[in-house]
Every structure is written in structure tokens, then in C-alpha cells.
Design a protein around this ligand. Sequence first.
Ligand code: KIV
Ligand code: ZN
Length: 514
Amino acid sequence: MSTDKVYIFDTTLRDGEQSPGASMNTDEKLEIARQLVRLGVDVIEAGFPISSPGDFESVRRIGEEVGDACVVCALSRAVPKDIERAAEALKTAVRPRIHTGIGVSQSHLRDKLRISEDTAVERGVAAVKLARNFVDDVEFYAEDAGRAEPAFLYRMIQEVIAAGATVVNIPDTTGYAYPENFGALIAGLVEHVSGIEKAIISVHCHNDLGMATANALAGVAGGARQIECTINGLGERAGNTAMEEVVMALRQRQDVFGADSTVNSREIMRTSRLVSSITGINVQPNKAIVGANAFAHSSGIHQDGVLKERSTYEIIDPADVGVGGSSIVLTARSGRHALKHRLEELGFSLAEAEFEPVYDAFLELADKKKEVYDEDLEALVGEQERTVREEFHMESVQVVCGEPGIPTATVELVDREGNHMIDSSHGTGPVDAVYKAINRMIDVENDLTEFSVKSVTRGIDALGEVTIRVRAADDRVFTGRGAHSDIIVASAKAYTNALNRLLISQRKIVEEEL
Ligand code: KIV
Ligand code: ZN
């Protein structure tokens, strides 16, 4: 099957900027335009010059900057002063296009423009003719075509092509269409408009009902060969067709569409991130292609499949859209296979007997946290390594503290013979109370010389690591570390860890002396 080219018309800098809160200055627009060139889009709609001096300047500078790398387009209404301003802004562009148009739905004709169909056609035709005096490439948009009477839309399109339009844009301005009827509308143009072969049919869909991508693709199936879209689906109200979605849908399903763009998909993620960081509008995590979870696998069944063969649960190779790789999200639903794999990636190859306690500790932590990060695993493995040989270990710790109140701790320890000891103490704070309770059971002289706590993982449920130093009676210093999502527990673990080292070293000295 031969593959037709679908032109990608990026309107992030015009319709995308109409997202509330997304306005960008000229330098920011230039930075995005440079990246759009790297991405390989065919057309950049750089702004609406009549709307503000800033938009005028952005169109002018982008036109100069991109040279012949792609077409630079400026928006205008079907109004002479708009078209003249657009032409002025594009004067130095190497491949300029003027995008002009007028409403075609009954709603727009009757309630907004308050003109007849005949007047609308006259204005549309006049606008195209005027624009053609300035540039060879003129795109006409039939605003609100998604709600227009098809017969009137076809008449308008036929007339503007005869007047010199090179591209005819069929916008579903209000996001009202659904794929079947939008595809049929485009197919109807191909069938009923004489001269349609002289122009490229473009689709410009809004996402009010969440169908912008589906409608744009239905348009391609109906005969459209240009898609207007934005990075991350930005745009007026619910946004526009997302560039990354249509590009990847065409690429993955050429068997269905028989058409593809020439976009370099490996630049998609970089472009998405740039647009997010400049506009301050973050991508939802479950967004197709560019969301943080788009290549993340969370359930044990999926993780097992992906680790055996990526394609079992992934239809796109993450590298093809510039993502480093799939990720296995470690949660309470992850199995041994996923944990072992991640530990190996982190450089820990544990024997079976060493792995089981780490897995148990992982499940315990995963029950408390939503997600277990690499730093958590490093802390967990370290924790297991530190608890291999112990004189005693901490079984449980409970504290009562607050203001007002007396910080009090109850600690349960178990010695090497399996004997349980429980004691309580109060202190100046919860950690002091815990340490004093431990001292009541483990009678070994020491001074706490250093105490530090740091968060080793991200988020509110982060794992805290406590490091302490204690000085023994003979002046030797012992370090202890403990990690836990509760820093009081981490502190107790750090202290038992330091005391164990101290006791083991004392026992060694005694054994050597005997
Ligand atoms: O949604 C729309 O109709 C538009 C036109 C200006 C192309 O953005
Ligand atoms: Zn739009």
C-alpha cells in the first residue's frame, strides 16, 4: 500500500496559546518554534498579527528565524486590515502563508456575524483574493464547519478554491463532531466540491467531547491531508488535537490510514517538555504518548509480561518518541520478578536467601507508600545488609508526643536468644524518649555525639534515613543508620544499629582476651 503524506500544521503558538494561562512572550515562542523545526512539522502557525504588537513581532521573528525549514503561517479574519497586517508580519518569511476565514454555521452567521450566506461567501472570496495579492499560499478556514449545513460548507469551499485558496481548513471549532460524521463531512467535500483536487483539505478539531484526535484521524480517512494540532493538546477551552497523538496514531496504524507524516517522532518528548515548562501547563500523568505514565507498568501481571517481552503490553517503543525506556513502577502490586529485575539494574545481585527478607521489607514499605523508588530500594538493601548479625533487634516502637504532653516511648527488643524485653521512658522529645527506653534495656555506656536525618526519597511519604554516631566508654565511635517512612522508627533503628556494632566489637575484644 502506498503511503500518502499528511502535513502537520502546528498551532501551539496560536490556538495553543489561547489556553487560559498559556501566553508566551516572543523569545519563548522563538524557542518553541526552533524545537518545532527540529521536530519536523510542516507548518508553524506563529500568531494572529492584528491581535497585538507582541503577536505581530512573534510572527515576524519566527518567519525570519525558520527560513525555508517550514511554512510560517499568520492568522487573520476575513477582514482587509487583518490580512494586510498578517502580510506585513510575514514580509521577510521565506515560506509565508496567510490563514484567513469566516464562520459558516447557522449559529455563526445568524448570531455572531449577523450576515446572510451570500454575504459570507462574498467576504470569504474577497479575503482569499486579497491574501493572494501578498502570498501564493493562502489557507481558508470555514469556522464552525463541524456544525454547518454540509451543502453551504461545500458551496463556500468551492468558491474560495476558485478564488485561489491553496489549503481549505475544516474546523470543528466547538468540538461537536464525532468521528463518523466528521469523516463523512470530509469525504463529502471530496465528492461534491468541484476543484477540490487543487487544494489540500485540512482538519482542525477541538476536544470539547474528548474526540479531537479521533475526529482528525477520521478526517484523514475521509481524504484530509493536513492536520492542525498542538503540542500536548493545548488550545482554546478543552484544547485541540494533540500533535503527539495523531503523529503516533498515523505511524503505528499505517495499515489503516495508508498515510503518515514526516515528523521526527524522537523529538516528541523533548518538545512536550519544553512546551510544558514554558507555558507552566503540566501534562496529566495518564496522557497518551507524553504523560509520565504512558510507558509505566504497575500491575504485577503487566510487569512480568513486559520484562519477558516489551510488546506484550506496549504498542510503541518508548525510544521512538524520545522516552528513555519503559518503567516498572514498584508498588504493593509488584511481584518478585519486577523487584529482582530492578535490584539487578541497580547493581544488587542478591542470593535467594538474601532476597526474601528484602522482598518482605519491600512489601511492608509498599503498603505504606504509593510507589517505591530506587532510593527506597537502596536504603532497604542497605538496611538488610546492616541487620545480618545483631546482638538484638527492635521489634516494635510506639511513641506518644505532642504539645502539650510529655513525649513517652515504649520499645520492644528481642535478643539473640529470642528473649523479648519491653520498657518505656519519657524524654525531651520522641527520639530522646525512644533512646532512653532502649538504654533501660541495653545497658551499655555511650554518648550520642551526632544525629542527622535526611529524606532519601521523594514525596510526602518519603523514606527518611537517620544517621547517628555514638561514643563508647573507651572513646571509640560507632555509626548507626536506619531508614523508614516514619522518622521515629528510623531513629530507633539507627540507634539499635549503632549499639549492635558497639556490643559486637566489645564481645570481640572479650573473646580475643580470653
Ligand atoms: O477553531 C477554529 O475554528 C479556529 C480557526 C481560527 C481556525 O481556531
Ligand atoms: Zn481552533
